[in-house]
Ligand binder design. Structure first.
Ligand code: SF4
Length: 92
């Protein structure tokens, strides 16, 4: 089974009011490497054609990898989702 197939079995309760990860893309613009793009298993960090970083917390697997590799400080908030929100693994 492929990684996308496995991820497709997860379910998410997305907290639209209080994202558990907040990224300041102005700080990210100063980061040459942007390791978050390569390491996020959910591929939530993406680069536009202009090289600008975008991020969407929906679909986060709560692994914490982006928090570990962020050296520029672009991730200005990283917590686990509030109660009842977040990922439910391998549903269905
Ligand atoms: Fe991606 Fe893991 Fe960071 Fe969530 S915690 S955004 S899944 S690297």
């Amino acid at each position: 089974m492929s990684v996308p197939d496995l991820l497709g079995r997860d379910q998410f309760e997305v907290d639209e009011d209080e994202p558990h990860i907040v990224v300041d893309v102005r700080i990210c613009a100063t980061c040459a490497d942007k390791p978050c793009v390569a390491v996020c298993p959910a591929q939530l960090y993406t680069l536009g054609a202009d090289g600008a970083l975008t991020f969407d917390h929906a679909g986060c697997l709560e692994c914490g990898t982006c928090r570990v590799v962020c050296r520029a400080g672009g991730i200005v908030r990283w917590t686990y989702p509030r109660g009842t929100f977040g990922v439910n693994y391998r549903q269905g």
